[in-house]
Design a protein around this ligand. Sequence first.
Ligand SMILES: [Zn+2]
Length: 311
Amino acid sequence: MLELLLEKRRKRLRRYKWFRRGQSLVFLLVFLLMFLSSPKLIDTEIMGSIETPEGVSAEIGEVLPQDKLPSGQAGSGKEPEAQAVEPQEPSSAADDCEFPEKFAPENDGIEREVKIAYLTFDDGPTHYLTDILQILAESEVPATFFMLEPSMSAHADVLSRMAEEGHAFGLHGVTHKRKQFYASQESVLGEMNTAQAKLQEITGIKTVLIRTPYGSKPYMTPAYREAVGAAGYKLWDWNVDSKDWFYRDERLVSHTLKQIEVLEKKKVTPVILLHERKETVQFLPQILAYLQSKNYVLKVPDAETEPVQFK
Ligand SMILES: [Zn+2]
């Protein structure tokens, strides 16, 4: 009996052992399944993270032209268009936003291309002309000189080389006396024609640019304007008055720069009035440095340039 009981117990123990072994095997299988399935999960996550940026780039690809290279070219192709459009629109939304102005290098390019300024010197030639020409040559910029006839004869040698240096000639008359110059349309036209003849004699150049003494307003009547227009002249006033005949110090510069800043905000091309004077020679480099720091391109007007006139 005892042996039977012991035998049963052994069998039970063996069954139990098998049960335990089976249990361990199941655990092992479950563990293996988990282990095998976990890399799959990781893989899926990686795939997912890879797919996301691909999806984004695909979206960009849909917005831009299909191929990457042409899309880049098309993107850069848009910028010159924007550059061409911007100067024609006085107030674009992009100009109100300082951020892209400061951080987009393309915008620097825009400013360099479109901002034009005209430097004009009246009442010459004087013995300050060579100093002015030297300063302009150092900065490699041209200017326009509205000159008086008697002075032209006195500085004929300087005049003959000014055109070669890229400067433009304009006429300012002969007497520079208000009553005499503006006496009639004949006096206005006569003084300009006399100055023209002298300029042509010295330089061989005929100009269409004129500026009347003290500006066109209020002295140039409609009849006077018509007369000079019919003679082929283009009347130029200015929109920046340096008042270099009045200021004898740095105020000449600050006064001028303030006006340029106001015009810049309005997208108006500055036409700067200066005179051939000692103070102008002294402070001209500061004005030029400012204009260059603001990416202005200095030009001279020609027959096609729309003149600035007082209204
Ligand atoms: Zn003058």
